[in-house]
Every structure is written in structure tokens, then in C-alpha cells.
Design a protein around this ligand. Structure first.
Ligand code: HEM
Length: 489
């Protein structure tokens, strides 16, 4: 009865989809698809049934949406903030941190975490971006002969991991120099296993995964244990240091000092240690959930964004030249000069390049929500317990909003009338509304810093195979991101 009511409501809303079979629904539509072909599947379904498609996956009703008008209502909604079942895969590692939590818990956490990304705090991180991208450039020099095909994902991933560990926890793990270090390896292995499971419907069930992939299951549990123990240890040490500074009178709200009482850069973790909810400080467990969430959200996503931007620059030398000229005029020609936040803000053309890259290759290509009660979206009523998949990858290539959607045209974001016309709900790489990406400014600064560093040191060459986007939890490429490097004089 419930299913029939739901079907009726969706039909009344004018939403169509393939005819479901008894019990199976439209599961057969998914058979034979993999992480690469999933984008074609979405494209085919939406061109056949419209920008909103209804699917039945067994007994579960799913709406796949690429229509900016629907996206606007969903993103703006204060009611439609609960994540769907798919996210529960991440539960073992992230607990109920900001990404996964909902309701009052999410609301209170979001409120205290927002100031963590204050401009003053981000400004201090620019030095970390600069130092870690310097290590990457130094390591890449060995392959920069203008002929070797370099695979960028693993290199950028370790750099992004170094950056997020230092900024989120205030500790250096030197993953670029020691990728075998247990914590760094546990983070990369966990991200890889999770991504893999995400795309294999049966593997998503813990029971199934435990029985049929027992070795991987045990490895995942071991990695999660390593990560939790590491985060716990860092939190305990930094709480101790904070307490000591209070005891010996060197404490100053909003600052962090080492054992000698010397002021040092605040990590996100230090800000959380000094935060309170209803007058009470956060427990170590509360802080661990949030730090782990930053660790997950804050390195794979930026890796993807940086890699695809470098790839596009290598394939568009005229754009790369303009980026280089802008860097010379804003930062100067001295390749070793450290950059400031002001420099990064002044790289306006690079900003457009990154925006256009995130449009073509959004690191988070889809997100999921679930309706907790009947809800009106774009003038139609969507029933409770409907899974919603927001197809950002497809929405950002909608020709109704982006003329010549498949082309790499950074100019479309320049401060012109055309750019001002871009519908903010059609361009959503960082999501939008109350549950948007809290790390957007951090991510943009990190990408600008590391990409400009690469362009200052290397000419990026169009070597190797083309990128083939695949849907893992974040967007990756089946062929990695391949390019060549030639040191600049
Ligand atoms: C290019 C890089 C990034 C992209 C494209 C990106 C994109 C996104 C998107 C689309 C969401 C919404 C996810 C959803 O609703 O399920 C999100 C949420 C989030 N992001 Fe990012 N992100 C990036 C980098 C970062 C960084 C560097 C951090 C932290 C340092 C971060 C922390 C978060 C957190 C904590 C959330 C959950 C926010 C909430 O639900 O209140 N992200 N991000």
C-alpha cells in the first residue's frame, strides 16, 4: 500500500522512469555497469526520462536529479538534510562527525565548527601548503625530463595528506617522504577500500563483505584501529598541553602554545579543544569524529581537484601560458618566493581555471539525501523515505546553463555579465545551502597554492593517456592523471 501511494505521488509529480519488475524493480538497469560507465547510464536515463528520473532498486525508491530548479529547493531546504544509506559505509571511521550526522547534533556541531575556518586561521595554513607542495615539486624533479609520463594521483594524494594532517591535527607525518608510515598508509588504504565498496552494491553490506572479502574486511578494521589510536593520542597530547598552559598562566583564548609557552599555529583540533557546547567542552570522542571527518573530506577531494586541473592545463597550453603570466605579475618570477593569502586571492584567472575544472571534473560527483517526511520540491510533493541522488556531475554540464558544456572555457567564470548570469544552483561543486562544504575556502586556497607552485616550476606537457573519469566516492580517473613535466628555466 505504502509503495503504491509513493508510486502515485511520484507519477502525479510528472516524474518518470523505467518500468520496474516485481521485487527487483529496476535493478537490472544497473547490471553490467561499473564505476566508469555509471556516468553514461545517468546520461542515458536522463535524456530518455527527463532531468529527474525515478528508479526502484528492489523496494527502495530513488530519484536521480540533474535539474537545477530541483537542486535549488533541495540545497536550500532545512528539512532535507539527512544523508542516505550509502554514507553509512563511512560510519566505522568517521562516526557521527559533521558529514554524517543530522538533526540537532549536526546543527550544534556545524555552529561550533564554522569559526574553525576563519580567515585568520586559514591564513596561517598558507605556509603549510607552500612547504608541502615544495616537497612534491622537489620529488617530481626526478621525473621531469620532458619525456616521462608521470602519474599524478599518488604524488598529489600524499601531499594532500601531509597538508591535512598538519592543519587538522598539528602534527607532521611526512607521508611524501615516508608513505609506509602506519597512519598515512591506513588513511590511503581505507579511502581505497571504501571507494571500492561504494561502487559494489553487495560489498556495501558488512555481513557480505566480511564473509566474501574477509582479508580486506580485516585489513579495513585494522586500518580504522590504527587511525583511531593515532587521532586519540594526538588529541590527548594536545589537550594536556592546553591544560598545562592554563595551569601555568600562559593560556590565551584562541591561541596555541608549545611546552615552552611559545605561540604556534592553531590546528583545527586546537580550536575544537577550546570550543564548548552549552557551556561544556567537547569530549575526546566528539573531537575525534570531527578530526577524522576533516581527514577524510579534506584530502581525497582536493587531490582530485588538483590532479584534474593539472591535467586540463597540460592539455590546454594557451590557458597554462595565461596562468603563468598571471603568476609572474602577481607573485613575480622568483620561483622560490613564498606566497601569501593575498597573492592567492589576486590569482583571479587561476580561480576561473579551477572553477571550470571543478565543473567538468567535480571531485564529489554525486551526493545523497533521504526525505524524512513528505516534502514539496519545485512545486511537487515527494513522499517520505525517498532516496535522492543529486547528479552534480551531469547538472554542471547542462547546456541550458553552460553553453558548449563539454569544453574547457575558464573565461565563462570571468567577472563578466555572462558569469554573473550563471545560476548558483547549477554550479555546485561544493554543494550549496546549509549543508554545503565547510572546507570550501580552505580547499580553494590549497588548490591555488599547489597548482601555482607546479606551474611556476614545470611546463605541464600533454603526455600519456587521456583521463577517464570513474565514480569512486570522489572522482578519479581509470588511467590515473597522466602528464609530462619539463622544468622551467
Ligand atoms: C575540492 C575540494 C572539495 C570539494 C569539491 C568538496 C565538496 C564537498 C561537497 C559536495 C560536500 C557536501 C557533501 C554531502 O552533502 O554529502 C562537502 C561537505 C563537507 N566538506 Fe568538502 N569538499 C572539498 C574539500 C574539503 C576540505 C578541504 C574539507 C576540510 C578541511 C572539507 C570538509 C567538508 C565537511 C566537514 C563537509 C560536511 C559539511 C556538513 O555536512 O555540514 N571539504 N564537501
Amino acid at each position: 500500500l505504502f509503495k503504491r501511494r509513493r508510486n502515485k505521488m511520484i507519477e502525479n509529480a510528472g516524474i518518470r522512469g523505467p518500468t520496474p519488475l516485481p521485487l527487483l524493480g529496476n535493478l537490472l538497469e544497473l547490471v553490467g555497469n561499473d564505476t566508469a560507465s555509471v556516468f553514461n547510464l545517468m546520461e542515458n536515463l536522463t535524456s530518455k526520462y527527463g532531468k529527474v528520473v525515478r528508479m526502484w532498486l528492489g523496494g527502495q525508491c530513488v530519484l536521480m536529479i540533474r535539474d537545477a530548479k530541483y537542486l535549488e529547493d533541495i540545497f536550500k531546504s532545512q528539512q532535507l538534510i539527512a544523508k542516505n544509506d550509502l554514507y553509512s559505509l563511512l560510519d566505522g571511521w568517521l562516526g557521527q562527525g559533521l558529514l554524517l550526522s543530522t538533526g540537532p547534533k549536526w546543527f550544534s556541531r556545524r555552529k561550533i565548527i564554522t569559526p574553525t575556518f576563519h580567515f585568520k586561521i586559514l591564513e596561517e595554513f598558507v605556509e603549510v601548503f607552500d612547504q608541502q607542495s615544495h616537497v612534491m615539486v622537489k620529488n617530481l624533479m626526478k621525473q621531469a625530463d620532458g619525456k616521462t609520463v608521470v602519474r599524478m594521483f599518488p604524488k598529489v594524494c600524499l601531499m594532500a595528506l601531509d597538508i591535512i594532517t598538519e592543519t587538522a591535527m598539528g602534527v607532521k607525518v611526512n607521508a611524501q617522504e615516508h608513505p609506509e608510515f602506519a597512519y598515512a598508509k591506513a588513511v590511503t588504504d581505507t579511502s581505497n577500500i571504501m571507494s571500492d565498496r561504494f561502487m559494489k552494491p553487495f560489498d556495501r553490506f558488512d555481513g557480505y563483505f566480511r564473509i566474501f572479502h574477509n582479508q580486506r574486511y580485516r585489513h579495513l578494521q585494522k586500518c580504522i584501529k590504527i587511525m583511531h589510536e593515532f587521532t586519540d593520542k594526538v588529541i590527548a597530547e594536545r589537550r594536556d598541553a592546553l591544560q598545562k598552559s592554563i595551569d601555568n598562566g600562559t593560556y590565551e583564548a584562541g591561541s596555541s602554545v608549545d611546552e615552552m609557552g611559545i605561540k604556534k599555529r592553531m590546528a583545527f583540533l586546537d580550536v575544537l579543544l577550546q570550543s564548548t557546547v552549552g557551556g561544556k567542552p567537547l569530549t575526546n570522542m566528539d573531537i575525534r569524529e570531527e578530526v577524522d571527518t576533516f581527514m577524510f573530506e579534506g584530502h581525497d577531494t582536493t587531490t582530485s581537484g588538483i590532479c584534474f586541473t593539472l591535467y586540463l592545463l597540460s592539455r590546454h597550453p594557451e590557458v597554462q601560458q595565461k596562468v603563468l603570466e598571471e603568476i609572474h605579475s602577481v607573485i613575480g618570477e622568483d620561483k622560490e618566493k613564498p606566497v601569501s593569502m593575498k597573492d592567492l586571492q589576486d590569482l583571479k584567472y587561476l580561480d576561473c581555471v579551477i572553477k571550470e575544472s571543478l565543473r567538468l571534473y567535480p571531485p564529489v560527483p554525486m551526493i545523497g539525501r533521504v526525505t524524512e517526511q513528505d516534502i514539496v520540491i519545485n512545486g511537487v510533493t515527494i513522499p517520505a523515505k525517498t532516496n535522492i541522488t543529486l547528479l552534480m556531475y551531469a547538472a554542471m554540464k547542462d547546456p541550458d546553463y553552460f553553453p558548449r558544456p563539454e569544453e574547457f572555457l575558464p573565461e565563462r567564470f570571468m567577472d563578466t555579465e555572462e558569469a554573473n548570469k550563471i545560476n548558483p544552483f547549477a554550479y555546485v561543486p561544493f554543494s550549496a545551502g546549509p549543508r554545503n562544504c565547510i572546507g570550501q575556502k580552505f580547499a580553494t586556497a590549497e588548490m591555488k597554492s599547489t597548482i601555482s607552485k607546479m606551474v611556476r616550476h614545470f611546463e605541464l606537457l600533454p603526455l600519456g593517456e587521456d583521463a577517464k573519469p570513474v565514480m569512486n566516492i570522489v572522482l578519479r580517473s581509470e588511467t590515473d592523471v597522466q602528464l609530462g613535466l619539463r622544468p622551467r628555466k
